[in-house]
Structures are given as C-alpha cells and as structure tokens.
Design a protein around this ligand. Structure first.
Ligand code: CP3
Length: 343
C-alpha cells in the first residue's frame, strides 16, 4: 500500500493537495457525537469507554473522510491519572483538585501507576487501529507540561494562567518539580499510545503564548524537546506534531529546537508569514480560523484557498488554527474539505 498522505507530509514531502483533518473533529457540532455522549452519560465517561470513544473518533471519518483521526480523549486525563480529582462543570469547563505545594507534588502517584487509570485510552487506540480505513492516519496526543500544569495549579482553565505564573515566580522549585513530573509521565503516556497503535503523536501546548522570553525556552521548548527525544529514542521514526499555540515569534525555529517533525499554527499568524518563517524548516499544520466553520460562504472558500496557496510550496497538513466550536455548521466543514481537495 502507498504510504498514508499525512505520514508523507510529516516526512517532509510536498504534496499536490494537502492532507486534511481538524482539531476537535469529534465534537458537539456533530449530532451523532451528541447522541453517543448522551449514551455514555457524561464527557469523562465517554473518554474512559473504549467502544464509545472509538465510535466518536470514527464519526467524522465516516462523514467526511478526513486523512487523520485523532484519538478521542482529553489532555486532563493524564494529570487525573497522577491522583488529583477531575470533573467537568456543565457549561463551564474542567475543574481539578489543585497541586501547588512541594508536599502535593511529592504525593502525586508514581509514573508507572498512570496506566491503571489510562488503560482504557490505550484500548481505544487498539480498537481504532483495527477499525480505521487503511488510508487514515491515527494520531495520539497529550497536553504539553506547561499547559497541563496551568490546570493542575489553578484547578481550572483561566484566561491569563495567572496562578501558574505566580507559582513559577514565587516557588520555582515546586513549579519545576511539577513540570518534571508531568514531563516524565507524558513520555510514558505517549509511549503507551504508540505501542497500542498511534502512528503520530501531537503535543498540545494551548497556553504556550503566555510564556515569554526565557520562560518560553525553559517551559515550552525544553519540556517538548525532552519528551520528543525520549519518544524518538524508544520509537525510532515516530512523527511528532508540536502545537505551541500563540507562540508568535516563538514559532520560528521551534521544530529545530524541539525535534518536532511538524509545527501546528494557530490564527495569530498569517499563512504567508508562517510559510516564510516556519515552513522553511519543515512540515506545518494549519491554520484556517475556526470561525469560518460557523459563518461559511465565500469568505470560507477564499480563506481556505489562501491557506492552501500560501503553503503549497512545502510540506503542509491542512487544519484549523484551533478546535472547531460547538456552534459550527457541519455543512461548512464539507465546504472546506471540497475547497481543499478540488481547489
Ligand atoms: O481534537 C479532538 O477531537 C481530540 C480530542 C480532544 C479533546 N480535547 C476532546 C474534548 C483533544 C485533543 C482535547 C485537547 C484539550 N483539552 C486541550 C488542548 C487543545 C485546546 O483546545 O486548546 C485542552 C486545553 C483541553 C481541556 C479541556 N477539555 C477544556 C478546557 C474543555 C472544555 C471546553 C469545551 O470545549 O467544552 C474540555 C472538554 C472537551 N474536550 C470536549 C471535547 C470534545 C467537550 C466536551 C463535551 O462534549 O462537552
């Protein structure tokens, strides 16, 4: 069989038409997702139910024929597996028992214990690697240490990640110990996903943009480099996508500094700027604004063509700049795919 398109792009090949998938492609904008989620009871029960998690992963593949499927799970399952309680407040988002002192960092479960909680996720990966169409690439993922730490420290999402910055600035030893524990656990978590059948892994650093200067180097670049080096040593050739969201100038050289095969771009950078400064080092992924999935029309077509055109001289995986939102219209997703594939 010819090699899958996503894997070819990740090896640096420039393809005539970019392969395409979408962040949060299994999500609330799809009626079939909402039905399966209702069957599971709640979001976390869905994440820990391998049959149903595999089912929602497959739904957008059946509907649209995306080139990649992303494992259905959440970046907060890993910190939960280290001990802290996790729950989702309806309409508000995640809540987590906080970890802010050295005693609490030391009280986290040993890394080897994460598999007790996360084994259903590996089972989801095994089901998917059996059931996905042969041309579809299976992507596993984890949160990057900084982004995971922001939720562990604040106990919830926050706009400015203030609690995590405060701990970093006032109790550096505790903050660094926490980052190190997450880094180590992330290697084991992603490694287990790869052993179960993930063909690519992606590191989501959704809050990388709030790290500036030396903090960006220390807590976005360095942990990613550590994780990527460890994974590549254990699984030679495993392609890795890094998403340092809103990194701005930090995108420049990020692939080289971390060893990532591909850098995912958000919408704070234009595709022309990214083609010149980021794609010159290798594959990029992105970066249509998710708002177009709500508004559609000629603006969607024009913006999609602009992204394809800007990146057509190098390796590119078409995606949104962030996850699709629940108010998106499934018909607009089809329009985007048709525009990418037919021009
Ligand atoms: O992309 C995919 O479809 C794969 C599955 C996936 C989910 N979350 C499912 C999900 C992935 C890769 C994530 C990553 C994730 N989770 C991130 C990083 C990427 C990003 O969006 O910046 C973050 C920060 C989280 C934490 C998280 N999970 C938040 C803040 C929320 C609430 C916000 C929201 O959209 O409701 C979640 C919930 C969540 N994770 C949903 C899904 C489909 C919605 C849950 C539901 O069905 O109600």
């Amino acid at each position: 069989m010819a090699e899958k398109l996503i894997l070819r792009a990740l090896r640096g090949e420039t393809l005539p038409t970019p392969p395409i998938w979408m962040m949060r492609q299994a999500g609330r904008y799809l009626p079939e997702y909402r039905a399966t989620r209702a069957q599971a009871g709640d979001f976390l029960s869905l994440c820990y139910n391998p049959e149903l998690a595999a089912e929602v992963t497959l739904q957008p593949i059946r509907r649209y024929g995306f080139d990649a499927a992303i494992l259905f799970a959440d970046i907060l399952l890993l910190p939960q597996a280290l001990g802290p309680d996790l729950w989702f407040e309806t309409g508000e988002g995640p809540r987590m028992e906080t970890t802010t002192t050295m005693e609490q960092v030391r009280a986290l479960k040993p890394t080897a214990a994460i598999h007790d909680t996360l084994s259903p996720v590996y089972e989801t990966v095994r089901i998917l690697s059996r059931e996905l169409p042969r041309e579809t690439t299976l992507i596993g993922f984890a949160g990057a240490p900084w982004t995971v730490a922001t939720y562990m420290i604040a106990g919830r999402g926050s706009k400015d990640q203030g609690a995590a910055h405060a701990l970093k600035n006032t109790d550096r030893a505790t903050f660094e110990a926490l980052i190190d524990r997450i880094t180590e656990a992330t290697v084991e978590y992603l490694s287990a996903q790869i052993e179960a059948g993930a063909e690519v892994v992606k590191l989501f650093d959704s809050w990388a943009g709030s790290l500036k200067g030396a903090d960006f180097t220390d807590f976005a670049v360095r942990p990613a480099a550590t994780i990527i080096a460890a994974l590549k040593a254990r699984h030679p050739g495993i392609p890795i996508i890094a998403f340092p969201r809103e990194a701005g100038e930090g995108y420049i050289g990020f692939a080289r500094a971390t060893g990532a095969d591909c850098v995912a771009l958000d919408n704070s950078v234009t595709p022309e700027w990214a083609a010149e400064h980021v794609q010159k080092d290798g594959c990029v992924q992105g970066n249509l604004a998710p708002e177009h999935m709500v508004t559609g029309g000629q603006a969607l077509i024009d913006a999609t063509r602009r992204v394809v055109e800007a990146f057509r001289r190098g390796p590119h995986i078409f995606n949104l700049g962030h996850g699709i939102t629940p108010d998106a219209d499934p018909a607009n997703v089809q329009l985007m795919i048709d525009t990418v594939r037919r021009g």
